[in-house]
Design a protein around this ligand. Structure first.
Ligand code: NAD
Length: 332
C-alpha cells in the first residue's frame, strides 16, 4: 500500500523504515505538515500517516477523498486534529495508536514536576557559569503533598503511581472514574476540592470541546495559591493568557508544559536562528518559574518503536480488508 507520511522527521523515517521491513508498504516522506495547502501531495496515496499538529479537518479530508486516500493513520494517541464526523461521512477510516508507552509521557510529567519544583533548569544554567549560590532555588518536599491528576486513564494512572511512590497524597478527577485508579491507593475528588487543595495539578485528559480551557482565569483564581501546574496532554486544555496573569500575580507558583495551544508551526522545528513572533510563548519562556519542552513527552525509543509498528500494522489490516484494531470513530 502507498502511504504518504506527513511532518516526517529523521527519527520518523528511521523507525518507520525499520518497522516496514515486516509490512512491506511503500512509504513516501514529506517534511510538510498535512493541511489544506499540502494535501495535494497525498493524491494517489492509499493512506496518509500524520502526527499531532497535522490538520485533517473537513476540507482536507474531502481533498484526500478526491485524491483516492481512504485511510488516515495517526501516529499518536490524541485525535483532536481530525474531524471524525467528516471522515465517517466521506467513508475515510481513521486509526490511531491507542497505547504505546504510557510510561514515556508519565515519566516526562514527573521529570517536569521535579525540575520545576527543585529549579533544576536554573541550577543547570547557574553552575555552568560557576554560580553556586542557592538563593532562589528553594523547592518543597513532594512527600506529603497533594497531587491532582486530571484524567486518570493510562498515562494519568502511571503518573499517579509514581507520585504515590514519592509519598504524595494523590487525588483525581475523571469524567469516567476507574477502579484501577483507586486500587493504586489514590482517590477521586470533586473539581472544587482539587482546585482548593492541590499543591500540584497534572493534566492527562484528552482535548475535547468539554475540556478546552479547563484551566482558565476562574479555575486559576480558585486554585491553592502557589500551586504548580503541569501539562503534558494538549495545549488547548489551558488558557495560556490566563496562566500568564496567574504567574504574574503569584497565584500560580510554577508552570511546566510540554504542549502549547499555538504549538503548530513552532514545535518540532529548530527556530534558533529565527525571530519567534509568538509573544505569548515568548512571555511564558521569560518567567523563571516556567519550563517549556517542545512536545517531547512521547519521545522514547520504546514509544517510537511501538508507534511505528502499530501504525504500519493498522495500514496492513486496512490493505487486507481486515477489522481495524485501532480504529477511531466519532462514537468511540
Ligand atoms: P486515556 O484515554 O487512557 O485517558 C484519558 C482519560 O481522560 C480517560 O480516563 C478519560 O475518561 C478521561 N477524560 C475524558 N474526558 C474527560 C473530561 N472531560 N474530564 C476529565 N477526564 C476526562 O489516554 P492516555 O493514553 O492516558 O492519554 C491522555 C492524553 O495524553 C491524550 O489524550 C493526549 O492528548 C496526551 N498525550 C500527550 C503526549 C505527549 O507527547 N505530550 C503523548 C501521548 C498522549
Amino acid at each position: 500500500m502507498k502511504i504518504a507520511v506527513f511532518s516526517a522527521k529523521r527519527y520518523d523515517r528511521e523507525f518507520l523504515d525499520a518497522a516496514n521491513v515486516a509490512e512491506g508498504h511503500v512509504l513516501k516522506y514529506f517534511d510538510a505538515p498535512l493541511d489544506s495547502e499540502s494535501v495535494g501531495l497525498a493524491a494517489g496515496f492509499d493512506a496518509v500517516c500524520i502526527f499531532v499538529n497535522d490538520k485533517a479537518d473537513a476540507e482536507v479530508l474531502a481533498a484526500l477523498k478526491q485524491g483516492g486516500t481512504g485511510l488516515v493513520a495517526l501516529r499518536c494517541t490524541g485525535f483532536n486534529n481530525v474531524d471524525l464526523k467528516a471522515a465517517a461521512q466521506l467513508g475515510i477510516k481513521v486509526v490511531r495508536v491507542v497505547t504505546y508507552s504510557p510510561y514515556s509521557v508519565a515519566e516526562h510529567a514527573v521529570a517536569l514536576v521535579l525540575a520545576i519544583n527543585r529549579k533544576i533548569h536554573r541550577a543547570y544554567n547557574r553552575t555552568r557559569d560557576s554560580n553556586f549560590a542557592l538563593d532562589g532555588l528553594m523547592g518543597f518536599d513532594l512527600h506529603g503533598k497533594k497531587v491532582a491528576v486530571v484524567g486518570t486513564g493510562k498515562i494519568g494512572r502511571v503518573f499517579a503511581k509514581i507520585m504515590l511512590g514519592f509519598g504524595c497524597e494523590v487525588i483525581g478527577y475523571d469524567k469516567y472514574p476507574s477502579p484501577e485508579f483507586e486500587a493504586l491507593g489514590a482517590r477521586y475528588a470533586e473539581p472544587g476540592e482539587i482546585g482548593k487543595s492541590a499543591d500540584i495539578v497534572s493534566l492527562h485528559c484528552p482535548l475535547t470541546p468539554e475540556t478546552h480551557h479547563i484551566i482558565n482565569a476562574e479555575s486559576l483564581a480558585r486554585a491553592k495559591r502557589g500551586a504548580l501546574l503541569v501539562n503534558t496532554s494538549r495545549g488547548g486544555l489551558v488558557d495560556t493568557e490566563a496562566v500568564i496573569e496567574a504567574l504574574k500575580s503569584g497565584q500560580l507558583g510554577g508552570l511546566a508544559i510540554d504542549v502549547y495551544e499555538q504549538e503548530a508551526g513552532l514545535f518540532f522545528r529548530d527556530l534558533s536562528n529565527a525571530i519567534v513572533t509568538d509573544d505569548v510563548l515568548q512571555r511564558l519562556i521569560s518567567f523563571p518559574n516556567v519550563i517549556v519542552t517542545g512536545h517531547q513527552a512521547f519521545f522514547t525509543r520504546e514509544a517510537i518503536t511501538t508507534i511505528s509498528e502499530t501504525t504500519l500494522r493498522s495500514a496492513t489490516q486496512y490493505a487486507k480488508g481486515q477489522a481495524l484494531t485501532d480504529e477511531i470513530t466519532a462514537s468511540n
